[in-house]
Each structure stands twice: as C-alpha cells, then as structure tokens.
Design a protein around this ligand. Structure first.
Ligand SMILES: Nc1ncnc2c1ncn2[C@@H]1O[C@H](COP(=O)(O)OP(=O)(O)OP(=O)(O)O)[C@@H](O)[C@H]1O
Ligand SMILES: [Mg+2]
Length: 607
C-alpha cells in the first residue's frame, strides 16, 4: 500500500512546483533595436535570467539567447527575415515549457491512474520505504573487477532497482556497457538515459557489437556526437526498406513542380498577349500544384511515422537524455529496465519522467560529486538528486566501485581520505601516472603530482571590480605555467583550467586568447565526467573582507572540490591564498592533505 499522506504531499509539491515555474516562465515583451544578419538586438521591459544558448520562441520563431546584458539581449535566429527594427516581440522560454509539459504529463498519468502496477511500485520505492530483493543467477565476466562484476550481477537480478556508486574513473561507464550487453542477451528492453548528451554518447560508442537497428538514439542532431549519429531515427529511417517509397514520392513531387513551373511560364507569356481567361487557368494550375504537393507531403509523413513506429517498436535499447525520455514518439513505450547514468545530477522532479516508464531501474552516480542546481520553485524533496535520495533511503541496495583507473595514486589518496572513507583504491596501471619534463628550468613546474602555489602574504589579490570575482595576478601566473607546460611538449588539449568564478573564467580565457593558447577553461560544472593530464585550479579569492558566507560555502563545497581535483590524471596545480582558504574547514582539510614538499610559497620567490 502506498502511504496516502506521503503520496498526497508528493503530488501537491509537484503541482506547486509546476504552477510556480509557469508563473515565472511567462512570456517577456521586448522591442527590436537592430537586425543584423542572424543577430537581433532587443531591449526588454524586464530582464530575463536565463543561461546563454537557451532555446526561445520569439513570435513563434525559433531563436537562441546569444548575449544577455540585463535588459538588453541579443537573439540568434536562422530566420531573421521575420523580424524588423522597432517591432514589438513576445519571448517564450520554450525549453522550460517543454520540460514542464512533460512533468505535467507524468503527474496527470499518476493522478488519473494511467500508470501500471510496476510504475506504482516504483513510486512506492521513491516515496515510501519499500524493500527490494534479488534473485539468484550466476554471472562472471573477465573484463570486470570483482566490484564491477558484483554490480552487474545485482543489476540483472534485482526485482525492482539497484544503485551503483562510482567515484571518478572507477568504471561506471564500463560497467554500464556490460550490464547492457547482459540485459540485451536476456532480451530485456532498455531505456538508457543520462543527464547530458556527452555521457550518453560515451556509453553508446562502446556498444558497437550490438546490431545497429537494435539501438535508437533520440535527440537533436547537432547535440549528438558524429560517432553515434548512426543510431538516430533519421539515419535508421534512411536505411529502412520502405524508405525507397519516400524517395520515389520526393522525386515525383520534384518532377511535378518543374512540370507545373514550365506550364506557368508558358501561360504567363500567353497571358501577356491576350485575356483574363488565362489568368484563371493559371490560378487553377497553381492551386492544383499546391494541393498535389500537400498530398505528397502528407503521404511522406505517413510513411515516415509508420517506419519510425516500427523502428521504435523493434528497438531493444532507446537512448535519450532524461528530459527527452518521454516525447510524442516514446510516450506509450514501456521498458523492462531504465538505466540512469549521472543520476546524482538529476533532481527527483525530472527523474520521475523516465522512471514512470519502466519496470526496474538502475541508478548510477556518486553522491560525493556534483548535485543538481537547486531550483527555488521546487521543494527540498523534489530538488534532491534521485541518486542521493535513494542511496540514503536504501544504503544496502548499492554496490561501491572501489578501484579507479584514472589518476595518479597521490591525487586519489586525497579524495579517498576526504570523501570516500579511505575506500577508494588505485589500479596498478594508474598508480605512477606522471608528466614527463624535457626542460626543468621553470620554477613553477616540476613533475611532482600535486603543486600548491600559495599566494599568502603577496599582493596577488583579486581585482577591484563590482559583482563576481576575478584575479588577474592568478591569471598571469597561469599563463606562465601554461607556457612552461607547452615548452615541455604537453599538448594544449591535455590541459584544463578550473575556477569557481565566471568572471575569472572569462578573464583567463581572454588572456589565453591573446597568447593564442587554446586551452579549455571553465567552471566545475562543465568538467564533470571529463579528464585531462594536467588540471590547474585558480581559487581567485584572497581578500577576507569580501568573502561572504555564500562564497565561503561555495568555495568549500566538498562535492565541487572533489570533482575539481579528480579531473587530473597526472598533475594537479592549485593556486590560492592559504590564509584565506583555510578559514573554511573543508578547504583546510583539503589543503592540509597536500605535503609541505609540494607547496610553493610565492612570497619567498617574488621577494
Ligand atoms: N575492469 C577494468 N579493467 C580495465 N580497465 C578498466 C576497467 N574498468 C574501467 N577501466 C578503464 O578505466 C577508465 C575509466 O573508466 P570509465 O570511463 O568507465 O569510468 P567512469 O567511472 O565512468 O569515469 P567518470 O567518473 O569519468 O564518469 C577507462 O579507460 C576504462 O576503460
Ligand atoms: Mg563515466
């Protein structure tokens, strides 16, 4: 039995969330200042707080947010001909509208009892406390270490769900591919879903041994990696035997158009000479032409949707991001299994979309890595990541992948001690990973695994600017380190720079550009799931006076710290002011784990 009070509370929280989001998401009015090719300058009545590249619907035309300076924004569109100077426009956040309509649909299905018994059981496990059991089955796999093998075994024998916790580089993706292979052999249908397109592509790229037609990748084409484009509906459609019919119709339609065009030209000529009768004939012909085209288009669409349905019906694995897991194509499909990677970044209010389409589910993630960005319209429960919620509720239903293959042991030992109760081990193959230096003459660079450059007692303070934080001194230090790395034959592509502040990110990027370096620099959110040989972290802050409580919390957030340091395979360079950073207990614990031998005290050098 589902607990009625908890169920109603859950439904009410979802309803309130949708209502608040809709209110906040009402359309914004603006006036066009300039149209310059595909870029449109707009002045707004009130500012919109949306990230760049958000998809927007402007007077029903698709645009993206190109620049956002409070009340002045720039839009980008492929259809600038629909816009002109001084025009008043209505801007809708279509991306959010679509997400909300999917949550709403899921909620309606729950409320109107349109979900099956298995989905009800899933709801119970999320809302109540519901035990799950495992059946017996033999499973061995030489490609997996003992914990990975155990994770697959639990995944294929669970009666409801299983959780796999994997610190960085412990083979989450590798294990998922083996789970998929096993379930595929057992003829189970799978919804493979992740938070990002990249994570999805990472998994699909490793499933080449499964026949192409058994996997369908849904999503917007430009977001899908070239290596997995072959799985898209569009590509599979073109290989279907019935696709010839579509091609014939397209050909036929082209012939009709040229044929009709010739007639129109001819009639125009005669028309000039004589009478209005010809105009009528011409109009009639035009009408017939349009009707014929319309008919062909409808026929093509009908065949297309028949093929699409057939492809989706026959597919064993459908891969899509969480948000797209329920669309007009998949809304009626139920799966035996849902596999959700990166589930520690997926809030409950989104996770329910794919979870209401499946019998069993597997959550893969890490509660010590990045969590969803909190939405102020959602309750604490709805904002929580589905992974954290479930692992806290059901600690016994998880397998911990304990061996990492990515980092030098020194880096992983710090993460292990601080965030994984000393339980994270390093595989032999990774223990001694190290950069090779050919020029040892740089004082900021040696081949040790970790270097902390301490700016305490120096004038390396942040710039005096309003809003955000940037520190040009640290940026110039980074430039010197980059120069040393490049001189030592380390490729730009193997270096990454992470900073907690957007302003500092832009500052570093602009300095790198000036020196023609092409090095990925970003805030931590863009680096989750990624790795580089060398990672440089710029903490940026150095003045206690301007360190607000929020910033303190943000700088010392252990999940962000954990992800930042575990991106590097061979070398980690940290720049920061120890006296300031160590006022935060989490940062102090981290900095104190670094050996004094790995510290560079900048004040000694620049004195
Ligand atoms: N059992 C194994 N034997 C040999 N190599 C392995 C094994 N498991 C994982 N690896 C290797 O370790 C590396 C990391 O694996 P994978 O990408 O699956 O980890 P992950 O946990 O998904 O990492 P991330 O935290 O980046 O998402 C890969 O190169 C993978 O091939
Ligand atoms: Mg992975």
């Amino acid at each position: 039995m589902i607990n009625t009070i908890k169920y109603e509370k859950f439904v009410n929280q979802l309803k309130q969330f949708i209502e608040k989001e809709k209110l906040q998401n009402q359309s914004t009015l603006g006036k066009i200042l300039k149209v310059n090719n595909e870029i449109i300058d707009v002045s707004l009545k009130k500012p919109i707080k949306l990230p760049l590249n958000t998809h927007l619907e402007v007077n029903k035309i698709q645009c993206t947010l190109h620049k956002n300076n409070q009340k002045n924004i720039q839009l980008k569109t492929k259809h600038p001909q629909h816009f002109q100077k001084n025009q008043t426009i209505k801007i809708n956040n279509i991306q959010q509208d679509i997400i909300l309509s999917k949550i709403q649909q899921t909620l309606t299905n729950i409320e109107e009892n349109k979900i099956n018994q298995e989905n009800k059981e899933t709801l119970k496990t999320i809302i109540n406390q519901q035990k799950t059991t495992y059946t017996q089955k033999k499973y061995t796999n030489k490609k997996l270490n003992p914990k990975q093998e155990q994770a697959v075994k639990k995944a294929i024998t669970t009666e409801k769900f299983h959780i796999i916790k994997g610190p960085p580089g412990t083979g989450k993706t590798h294990t998922i591919t083996q789970i998929i292979r096993q379930l595929y052999q057992e003829q189970q249908t799978i919804l493979l879903t992740t938070h990002t397109h990249i994570a999805l592509d990472n998994i699909l790229e490793k499933l080449d041994d499964i026949p192409q037609q058994d996997i369908i990748r849904l999503g917007i084409n430009e977001k899908i990696a070239p290596t997995t484009q072959k799985y898209t509906l569009q590509k599979q459609l073109q290989q279907h035997p019935k696709y010839k019919q579509i091609q014939q119709l397209q050909q036929q339609s082209k012939t009709t158009i040229t044929h009709n065009n010739k007639q129109t030209l001819l009639s125009k000529l005669i028309n000039k000479i004589i009478n209005t009768e010809e105009i009528k004939i011409q109009q009639l012909q035009e009408k017939e032409k349009i009707e014929e085209q319309e008919k062909t288009r409808e026929q093509i669409e009908k065949i297309e949707s028949q093929i699409q349905e057939e492809l989706l019906d026959n597919a064993k694995i459908i891969a899509t991001t969480v948000i797209s897991s329920s669309n007009y194509l998949t809304r009626n499909i139920e799966f035996d299994y849902t596999i959700m990677d990166e589930s520690s970044q997926i809030p409950v209010y989104l996770a329910i979309i794919p979870l209401m389409k499946t019998d069993k589910f597997l959550l893969i993630g890490d509660d010590q890595q990045l969590q969803p960005i909190s939405n102020k319209n959602a309750s604490y429960f709805l904002n929580k990541s589905i992974f954290n919620l479930m692992i806290e509720k059901y600690p016994k239903n998880h397998t911990f992948l304990d061996t990492q293959y990515r980092m030098n042991e020194k880096i992983s030992q710090i993460a292990s001690k601080l965030y994984y109760n000393n339980k994270l081990k390093t595989h032999e193959s990774a223990k001694k990973k190290q950069i090779q230096l050919t020029n040892n003459n740089y004082y900021l660079l040696d081949n040790s695994t970790i270097t902390f450059i301490d700016t305490t007692n120096t004038t390396y303070n942040e710039d005096v600017i309003s809003g955000g934080c940037q520190n040009t001194h640290e940026t110039l230090l980074i430039l010197k380190i980059v120069e040393a790395l490049i001189d030592n034959q380390i490729r730009e592509d193997d270096i990454g720079i992470i900073t907690p502040y957007r302003k500092q990110k832009l500052n570093i990027q602009s300095h790198l550009r000036k020196h023609k370096y092409n090095i990925e620099t970003d805030t931590i959110y863009r680096f989750q799931g990624r790795e580089k040989d060398v990672i440089i972290i710029s903490f940026c802050k150095s003045s206690y006076k301007s360190l607000t409580t929020f910033q303190k919390k943000f700088l010392g957030n252990t999940n962000q710290l954990n992800v930042s340091i575990t991106r590097s395979r061979k070398k980690l360079i940290i720049i920061g002011d120890y006296s300031l950073l160590s006022t935060d207990e989490n940062l102090k614990a981290f900095l104190d784990s670094i050996s004094p031998l790995d510290m560079i005290y900048l004040e000694d050098i620049i004195r």
